[in-house]
Design a protein around this ligand. Structure first.
Ligand SMILES: [Zn+2]
Ligand SMILES: [Zn+2]
Length: 445
């Protein structure tokens, strides 16, 4: 037995020396600040760039809505197979979760959303959507190509990874809460941090923008049916007019933000849908209204939700009507606010600064748009940022969700390299934190 123990010790010592020598000889570990530029250079090479462009165009031609991304998911799995990257599938219906690196902790995740929008593409080009009424008008086709690009970069440098990068290809970002389903599937339970990006039309190509703390609002939807009693428009005393009741409901809803919210806590309530009546001389039986509410604080979201219900039902009663309110949470879960982790903000500025120059890393003001990336941030420290794509060659670019939305494909290498660099550097820094002398001393105490 004692001799066996000695053999074990020698083996462990050997392994330690091997690991030490290997990590010491790693070019990236020695100069982590060089990683972002090297990765970007690699991503711009035709081998990688053309491959990403091909994938993006293929997905663009065949857009699929939330939880229907079967072909998109297949394209992703085929490419991961070719790269020799293992993955889990299906996760949350059509989601794919890939793994690059040691297969051991620590884990850091990078995320792409896969779904398209129910929109008819009006851009005339060779790779226009082949599916009538569906379009990748939010750039999720590019997001998929970028994370696959990152996967290729990471796989090429997998020996250097100080842990595992988890590739998250999620379904249904556009209101379906695909991120929530990925979390519920438990595939990210051991992940230490997660990064995500969105391309944007009005930031210059080669620039990024983000902020620490709340960046995008939480969002929810509501729909209400206000029921009265229809009748002849000339004899209103025999009817209960739901149009007037709904009009008062809408006016009262506007008071929630102007009178009940802290003016320094930005909030929005918008009624964007009003349907009722079909004739000039008939009072209808009912009216349907619907809209969205937004806020940066979770408590404010809860308060708005409660008060929207109270105001709609209360005002309906004032006008002798009944109202039912539906927050549509099964189809459109309420998104929490997107809140960027403070330490990851520093990490992002360092990595993006090393790649692009710190003058290209902009601080952005919060906006009332929302992102289901926020579901990850409720569980894991997370960081979301915007990647610009506007330059002279791109010409004027329309906003996301426009039928004229176009992508400047020159942004693809930037997205891929940022994803890969943020993850690689995160793992290196985590390792150096764990093994730093102060930490060691602390552990021994
Ligand atoms: Zn969108
Ligand atoms: Zn989007």
């Amino acid at each position: 037995m004692p001799s066996l123990r000695w053999v074990s010790w020698i083996l462990i010592a050997h392994l330690f020396v091997l690991t030490f020598v290997r990590s010491d000889s790693s070019s990236y570990s020695n100069k982590p600040e060089e990683i972002p530029k090297k990765f970007l250079q690699f991503a711009k090479e035709p081998e990688l760039f053309d491959w990403m462009v091909g994938i993006r165009r293929k997905i663009h031609e065949n857009p699929e809505l939330g939880y229907e991304e079967f072909e998109t998911s297949k394209v992703i799995r085929t490419e991961l197979d070719k790269l020799g990257i293992s993955y889990k599938y299906p996760v949350a219906s059509t989601g794919v979760i890939g793994f690059v690196g040691s297969g051991q902790p620590p884990f850091v995740a990078i995320r792409a959303d896969m779904d398209a929008l129910p929109l008819q593409e009006l851009v005339e080009w060779e790779h226009k959507s082949k599916v009538p009424g569906k379009m990748h008008a939010c750039g999720h086709d590019a997001h998929v190509a970028m994370v696959l690009g990152a996967a290729k970069i990471l796989q090429k440098h997998s020996e250097e990874l100080k842990g595992t990068v988890v590739l998250v290809f999620q379904p249904a970002e556009e209101g379906g809460g695909g991120a929530m389903k990925i979390i519920e599937a438990g595939v990210l339970d051991n992940v230490n941090a997660i990064f995500g990006l969105h391309i944007v039309h009005n930031i210059p190509h080669g620039e990024v923008a983000a902020r620490s703390g709340p960046m995008l609002a939480g969002s929810g939807f509501f729909e209400a049916v206000i029921s009265g009693k229809g009748g002849h428009a000339a004899i209103p005393q025999h009817s209960i007019d739901p149009i007037l009741a709904a009009s008062n409901v809408i006016v009262s809803l506007q008071h929630l933000v102007s009178r009940e919210a802290d003016p320094l806590d930005s909030q929005v309530v918008t009624v964007a849908k009003f349907q009722g009546g079909g004739a000039f001389n008939v009072i209808p039986d009912s009216v349907t209204i619907g809209g969205t509410f937004r806020a940066f604080l979770k408590d404010s979201m809860i308060q708005l939700k409660q008060r929207i219900k109270e105001v709609i039902t209360g005002q309906a009663i004032v006008h002798r009507c009944n109202a039912t309110v539906d927050f549509l949470e099964n189809d459109k879960p309420i998104f929490p606010p997107t809140v960027n982790d403070k330490e990851l903000h520093e990490h992002f500025q360092n990595v993006a600064g090393d790649m692009l120059g710190i003058d290209k890393v902009k601080e952005m003001q919060p906006v009332m748009g929302s992102e289901d990336f926020s579901f990850y941030q409720e569980m894991i420290p997370g960081y979301f940022f915007f990647l610009g794509m506007e330059n002279e060659t791109s010409g004027h670019l329309d906003s996301v969700h426009s039928p004229y939305f176009r992508i400047n494909e020159d942004a693809l290498p930037y997205g891929a390299a940022l994803h890969a660099s943020l993850a690689t550097r995160y793992l290196i820094e985590l390792q150096s934190k764990v093994t730093s002398p102060e930490q060691k001393q602390h552990d021994e105490l």
